[in-house]
Design a binder for this molecule. Structure first.
Ligand SMILES: O=[N+]([O-])c1ccc(O[C@@H]2O[C@@H](CO)[C@H](O)[C@H]2O)cc1
Length: 789
């Protein structure tokens, strides 16, 4: 079985046979007199007291994602694997009922679209609802308390099949987003009771599924220290250091020769020591069977016991799968691990459950009262709709939008996305209460709708079996063509081979455009497509990117098209020309331009993007001005002297106040003020620009002005040197508002460079050993040889 089929089987199993979640009985059970049941004791002491009762065998048994608990102690089994990427999701630990209560949960847009909203408060609200619903599921024994979300590997390569799961390509944006998200999921920075435990994954350097003979399970990513610190690590730093996330997941791939789940440099030196993630109530899980992959296909460990020992000793506390349970006994026998390290892993796991109130009576911990009445509430529904509206991004408009419609208007709804249902959720989804397609939403309008899916599905050869489409278009005034990509071409284990629209799609678009009627193209899906043929076709009136918009996505789209809502989303990723694929292999991890690499992301790409990161049109126009600072020159030594933070990059520099005026005459609109820094400072080459702050402003009416506060820190001004040190450099700085700058502010830093963060140097690169024997296991302890083509 391939891993993905295995996952489907696991999910199916979870839907048919519920995992037996329960709570320990601290009132009458065998543990009632143990410190673990003392709600006033320190969580670490409580967990230590619990573990001290385990036999060695019981300890070894409780190291997998399915932990049997300890029946003789009244400690119930626990399933660590729950997903909740954009709503409580189908996964081994989540049990949706087949009808009635708990048969659905709110389905928000995929993170790539939520990211496009550039609205951290929205992210926080979405995460709050997801965790409330997760708690309700837990209270009914339908889920555990920890969830393996978010996925915050930066979406560096447009082909990546899982880029849809992330908020985009920019490390500052990801960091800001993830801080808001974790706060919402966990219920604050350090609440007495966490609402749920979130898991930042996949640390580190994971952004390729399968490309040109490389697979995520075997891939050894060569990452320079500079790129690691500047690009791959920042969102994870935010999780560990600034958000106090409860869990981390290491990844399948290796980094510089070391499989990440066996790498003490990544898991101990950086994560726990450098980022201070040390309160021991937090744990690291492996990815699913990534510990097996340390043995094969990485061939990093010579034996299976050595692989599990490498992982446990490095700091991987939970094993998704059964490899620990199967092979740790031999590792212990062979002296490759000791009991103290095993205890450390278990104490981390159980103290985390203690922080969730798992051992506490219902009247003590506040979340036990949540129930199905708290799932998909009217507020949650409204938020799912609002999130889709905020993210949807307008890329072209010749003035046709917003559409003016009357009862006499007829609209042709064409394309494989027009009647989308589960397609609108992308991957890692749950069961939505409803899925409102664009077609459904059009049918709610007082107009005539002529629907024909057409043969535009991605990947199909040109067939021209579209006579029914032309019939629908013939009798319509307006054409809406909804297509793009979906999980058939971008998904887990599936990177894209092409970032162009298919010939079939472009043929149909061309034929429809030739009618000369108002025509709107909806570019759907997570990764960007080269939409230049659409942008350049004068007969296509408008182009809108809709991502995976979730349960109310169709309504959000139609409300924007008809002007009930004004678009203000911004692309969270660069839209590259189609030939970008041929210019850089997915395996090239460098951000800066070089041999076989035109540069990656808007910061370094030397070509001309079709649409830039941050691009997005409105139904109105805006002007902006930045209020001047008190000076134009700042002395580095005084900036640093005033900084009292433990982590100096967090010290405030200045808050820029940016006045944004809606200069249009008719449309009230949101506007996301994106603040980019550019200039000449620090090591060459200089990035073209870097996002350092953003704020979404709401409902600015024509003629009105709203003010954004863009908070800059010393970190915002810093650059990273080749050793990974974060340094404040003298030089000329310019702050720009928006992608085509509406306002600019120049200032200068003078003095000697100042070290803000000295990065621990990595151990030397380990040459990879792997011989190409790809063994990937299921979750039953078996190992199969998987032949990849
Ligand atoms: O069933 N399987 O064999 C299987 C294998 C891999 C898999 O994906 C992994 O599981 C997810 C756990 O959160 C990670 O985000 C993803 O990388 C999910 C399932």
């Amino acid at each position: 079985m391939t891993p993905i089929l295995a996952f489907a089987a696991l999910v199916l199993a979870s839907a048919t046979s519920a995992f037996p979640f329960g709570f320990p009985d601290c009132v009458n059970g065998p543990l009632s007199n143990n410190t673990v049941c003392d709600t006033t004791a320190d969580p670490l002491d409580r967990a230590t007291a619990l573990i001290s009762l385990f036999t060695t065998e019981e300890k070894l048994n409780n190291t997998g994602s399915v932990s049997p608990g300890v029946p003789r102690l009244g400690l119930p089994p626990y399933q660590w694997w729950q997903e909740a990427l954009h709503g409580v999701a189908l996964s081994p630990g989540v049990n949706f009922s087949t009808s009635g209560n708990y048969s659905y949960a709110t389905s928000f847009p995929q993170p790539i679209l939520l990211g496009a909203a550039f609205d951290d408060a929205l992210v926080n609200s979405v995460a709050t609802i997801i965790s409330i619903e997760a708690r309700a599921f837990n209270n009914d024994g339908r889920a555990g308390l920890d969830f393996w979300t978010p996925n915050i590997n930066p979406f560096k390569d447009p082909r990546w099949g899982r880029g849809q799961e992330t908020p985009g390509e920019d490390p500052f944006h990801l960091s800001s987003y993830v801080r808001a998200l974790i706060d919402g999921l966990q219920g604050g920075y350090a609440p007495k009771y966490k609402r749920i435990v979130a898991t930042c994954k996949h640390w580190a350097g994971y952004d390729m599924e399968t490309w040109n003979g490389n697979f995520r399970y075997q891939w050894d990513a060569p990452i320079s220290t500079q790129d690691l610190v500047e690009y791959y690590a920042p969102p994870f730093q935010t999780c560990a250091r600034d958000s106090n996330v409860g869990a981390f997941m290491c990844s399948y791939n290796a980094v510089n020769g070391r499989p990440t789940c066996a790498d003490p440099y990544l898991l101990q030196t950086i994560l726990r020591e450098h980022w201070g993630w040390t309160n021991e109530q937090q744990w690291v899980t492996s990815d699913c069977d990534s510990i097996q992959n340390i043995y094969l296909p990485h061939e990093y460990a010579a034996t299976r016991p050595q692989a599990v020992a490498d992982a446990l000793n490095a700091g991987t506390d939970v094993n998704c799968g059964t490899y620990y349970q199967t092979h740790l006994p031999a590792a212990l026998e062979q002296g490759l691990i000791n009991i103290t390290t095993l205890d450390r892993a278990l104490i981390r796991q159980y103290s985390s459950l203690i922080r969730l109130g798992y051992f506490d009576p219902p009247d003590v911990q506040p979340y036990r009262a949540l129930n199905f009445g708290d799932v998909n509430t009217p507020q949650a529904q409204q938020l799912a709709y609002q999130a889709a509206v905020e993210g949807i991004t307008l890329l072209k408009n010749d003035g046709t939008l917003p559409l003016s419609i009357t009862p006499e208007t007829s609209i042709a709804m064409i394309g494989d996305w027009a009647n989308a249902t589960t397609q609108m959720q992308g991957n890692y989804h749950g069961i939505a209460p409803y899925l409102r397609s664009p077609l459904w939403a059009a049918q709610q309008l007082n107009v005539t709708v002529n629907y024909a899916a057409g043969d535009s599905s991605p990947g199909n050869p040109t067939t021209n079996n579209n006579l029914h489409v032309f019939a629908a278009v013939n009798k319509s005034d307006i054409i809406i063509f909804a297509s793009g990509i979906d999980n058939s071409v971008e998904a887990e284990d599936r990177d894209r081979h092409s970032i162009a629209w298919t010939g079939n799609q472009l043929d149909l678009i061309g034929e429809l455009a030739a009618y000369g009627k108002p025509m709107i193209v909806l570019q759907m899906g997570g990764g960007q497509l080269d939409s230049s043929p659409i942008a350049n076709n004068p007969n296509v009136s408008a182009l809108l990117w809709g991502g995976y918009p979730g349960q109310d996505g169709g309504l959000a789209i139609m409300d924007i098209l008809t002007g009930k809502k004004a678009p203000a989303g911004r692309l969270p990723q660069t839209q590259y020309p189609a030939d970008y694929n041929a210019q850089v292999p997915m395996t090239n991890m460098s951000l800066r331009p070089g041999l076989n690499n035109p540069g990656r992301t808007y910061k370094w790409y030397t070509g001309k993007p079709i649409f830039d990161f941050g691009y997005g049109l409105h139904y109105t126009n805006f002007s902006a001005s930045i209020n001047p600072l008190e000076a134009t020159t700042f002395n580095i030594s005084s900036l640093v002297a005033g900084c009292k933070e433990r982590y100096m990059d967090r010290c405030p520099f200045r808050s820029l106040s940016v006045n944004v005026t809606n200069t249009g005459e008719t449309t009230t609109s949101d506007y996301s003020a994106l603040g980019f820094l550019t200039g000449s400072f620090g090591p060459r080459p200089y990035p073209k620009k870097s996002l350092v702050a953003y704020q979404r402003l709401f409902d600015i009416s024509p003629g009105a002005t709203a003010t954004a506060m863009l908070n800059l820190t010393l970190g915002s001004l810093s650059r990273v040197d080749e050793m990974g040190n974060r340094i404040l450099y003298p030089g000329d700085y310019a702050m720009m508002i928006d992608t085509q700058p509406l306002a600019m502010l120049n200032f200068t830093l003078v003095g000697e460079p100042a070290m803000l963060d000295k990065w621990p140097q990595p151990p030397p690169r380990v040459p990879q050993n792997n011989t190409g024997n790809y063994f990937v296991g299921g979750f039953d302890g078996t190992e199969q040889s998987v032949v990849y083509s």
